[in-house]
Design a binder for this molecule. Sequence first.
Ligand code: SF4
Length: 246
Amino acid sequence: MPASENLPVVVARLAKFYGTPKPPSTTDPFELILFENVAYLVTDERREEAFNLLRKTAGTKPHQILAAANNILLKVVDLGGMQPEKRAARLREIALIAMNEFGGDLSEALKLPLPKAKKALQKFPSIGEPSAEKILLFTRSYPVLGLDSNALRVLLRLGFGEEKKNYSASYRSVQEAIKDQLGDDYEWLINAHLLLRHHGKELCKTTRPRCEKCPVRKSCAYYARVRTASGSDRIRRERGKSKATL
Ligand code: SF4
């Protein structure tokens, strides 16, 4: 079932419910790549803590990461979750790619035509198409709505696009469904990204979404399906009961 309300209406409802989201921790492309990689499977607060420690101790320029002592990087990534050695090495790898392929400065890469700019960013570890789009959005290079897995799940459940066999196909399907509703207002797009992600983490969780509290449930295809299904179950149960009593 396609979404019954358009994306701006959904985003406005989420903004009214959650308030204006906190802006991103950085808008620097290299820092955004470090931010993705500094932590793994931890809370947003912990990721932010690890990133701030990196800024304070080693620095967040490619040459500073390369010059940083190993124990400093390890202390940072240790805050950011499991496999610290692997992630410390990854921070150096990121700095090396930035130096070798971009002369230590990503600003020119952001000015490339969109598909090439995305490809350039995808040279870094952990940066797939969604993260590349997020970086292009947060740096205000292109008005694209990069979606993380939380935001993607929310939009699919609401009825934007369709769940496909794999993640990239589902991602493309959602992007196709919303492409005419995006406009080019960076402020709105960044807030939409943050609000959809937040909603996916708070209420529209992977398992057992808390639909009863959801501000957009009236326009949600998933909610309508679940409600109809539970209604039919109830009707079936009631029919069963009445047959048994006849
Ligand atoms: S109604 Fe439920 S499934 Fe739909 S968006 Fe809200 S929380 Fe997610």
